[in-house]
Write a protein that binds this ligand. Structure first.
Ligand SMILES: *Cc1c(COP(=O)(O)O)cnc(C)c1O
Length: 362
C-alpha cells in the first residue's frame, strides 16, 4: 500500500527494517491486552522507523494508530488507511477542526478550552472524543471540575472515552496511585477507558482498559530498565549496521579520537566504523559502549565523531577491513547501547538520521 523506496549510498551504513519482527511484537502486545484493542503508537515517524513502513507492516492487523502530527494523519488517510487515528495531543488550533471532521480523526482533548472549541465548531460529523485526565503525571489533562464541565458540554454530542497516561509504569512508583485517582475521576461512569502504554500493558493487567497505547514494545524496545526485551519476547525491528573502513595497530600510550580521551595501555588493534553522531549514534556514548563486529561483541573506544567511531579489535584477530559492525539491533539490543550512553532506546530510534538508507530485511 504505502511504499518508501529503499535508497542507496556508496557509504556502507544501512538501517534494516524487519516488518516480521514488528508484527510479532504486535502479537505480543495483543496477548497482553486480552480483549482490549490497541492503538499502535506511530508518533515521531513511527519512533524513527518510518511512518509508512510501520503502518504498512501493521495495516492488516492494527485496530488503530496513535500519533501527534496532523500532517502525518492526513497522509495516512490519503494513502488509504481506514483505521481510527488517535491524535494524542488533540488539535493545537481550532482552525484544524474541519480537517479532523473531514479525515475522521479522533482528538484527545486535554484542556477545557479545546472542549469548548470543539462544541463551538459544530462539526458536520459526530467525532469520537478522548478526554485526557490528569491523574498525577502533571503534563496534560483535565482536573475533576474540568471533566464535569467537559462532560456537560459534550453531552449527546460525542462518544467519549476517558484516558490517562502513567508517569512511572516502568518504575518503582507503579500505577496504583494514578489508578485510584483515575477511578475517582471516572466516578462510576460507564465510559470506555484508555490507559496503558507499553510498560503498563506488560506489567499491570488491571490497566488494560478498553484500548491500550503500546509504542516502544512494538519496535522491540523494553520499557523497563531492568528487564531485557528478549525476556519479554520482543525482537528488534531496526538494525543499524555499517562496516569497518580502516583497521590499524597502535602502541601502548597512543590515543584514539578527538580529545585524546582514550589511551591504549598496551599494543592494540582498532577498527574505524563508518557511523557517527550525524547518523544518529549518540555522541555521549562513552568508551566501552557495546558494539558487534563480524558478529562478535566488543566495545567502542574514545569519542564518537560526526561520521566515525572507533572499536577495539585487540581480541578479535580474525576481523578485517570491510567486516560488518552492528551498532544496535539484531544481536545487540538497542536498550544496552542506550543504557551505556545514558539514554533510552526511544531516543536512539528517533535520532536515526535521514542520511542513513533503509533496506528491508529479507
Ligand atoms: C508515546 C505515548 C505512548 C506510548 O508509550 P510507550 O512507552 O512507547 O509504550 C502512549 N501514550 C501516550 C499518550 C504517548 O504519548
Amino acid at each position: 500500500m504505502i511504499r518508501s523506496s529503499a535508497n542507496s549510498t556508496a557509504r556502507p551504513i544501512r538501517i534494516r527494517f524487519d516488518a516480521g519482527a514488528l508484527r510479532r511484537n504486535h502479537l505480543i502486545a495483543r496477548r497482553h491486552a486480552g480483549a482490549a484493542r490497541l492503538w499502535c503508537v506511530v508518533k515521531a515517524d513511527g519512533y524513527g522507523h518510518g511512518l509508512a513502513r510501520v503502518v504498512d507492516a501493521l495495516a492488516e492487523v492494527a485496530d488503530g494508530f496513535g500519533l501527534i502530527e496532523l500532517e502525518n494523519a492526513l497522509a495516512l488517510r490519503e494513502a488509504g488507511v481506514r483505521q481510527p487515528l488517535l491524535m494524542m495531543e488533540g488539535f493545537y488550533d481550532a482552525g484544524e477542526l474541519p480537517l479532523f471532521a473531514e479525515y475522521r480523526l479522533t482528538p484527545v482533548l486535554h484542556r477545557l478550552d479545546q472542549v469548548e472549541a470543539l462544541r463551538a465548531a459544530a462539526l458536520p460529523v459526530r467525532l469520537p472524543v478522548y478526554l485526557k485526565l490528569n491523574t498525577g503525571m502533571n503534563r496534560l489533562g483535565l482536573a475533576a471540575d474540568e471533566l464535569e464541565r467537559a462532560l456537560t458540554l459534550l453531552a449527546d454530542r460525542a462518544d467519549i472515552t476517558l484516558m490517562t497516561h502513567f508517569a512511572d509504569a516502568d518504575g518503582p512508583h507503579g500505577i496504583a496511585a494514578q489508578m485510584v485517582h483515575f477511578h475517582a475521576l471516572r466516578a462510576g461512569r460507564n465510559l470506555p477507558v484508555c490507559l496503558a502504554n507499553s510498560a503498563a500493558l506488560l506489567r499491570y493487567p488491571e490497566a488494560r482498559g478498553d484500548w491500550a497505547r503500546p509504542g516502544i514494545m512494538l519496535y522491540g524496545g523494553s520499557p523497563f530498565p531492568e528487564v531485557t526485551a528478549e525476556s519479554l519476547g520482543l525482537e528488534p525491528v531496526m538494525t543499524l549496521a555499517s562496516e569497518l573502513i580502516a583497521v590499524r595497530d597502535i602502541a601502548a600510550g597512543e590515543h584514539v579520537g578527538y580529545g585524546c580521551t582514550f589511551t591504549a595501555d598496551r599494543p592494540m588493534r582498532i577498527g574505524i566504523v563508518a557511523c557517527g553522531y550525524a547518523d544518529g549514534y549518540p555522541r555521549h556514548a562513552p568508551t566501552g559502549t557495546p558494539i558487534l563486529v563480524a558478529g562478535q561483541r566488543t566495545r567502542t573506544l574514545g569519542r564518537v565523531s560526526m561520521d566515525k567511531l572507533c572499536v577495539d579489535l585487540t581480541d578479535l584477530p580474525k576481523v578485517s577491513l570491510g567486516d560488518t559492525a552492528i551498532l544496535w539491533g539484531a544481536g545487540l539490543p538497542a536498550d544496552e547501547v542506550a543504557a551505556a550512553a545514558g539514554t533510552i532506546s526511544y531516543e536512539l530510534f528517533c535520532a536515526v538520521a535521514a542520511r542513513v538508507p533503509w533496506v528491508e530485511a529479507e
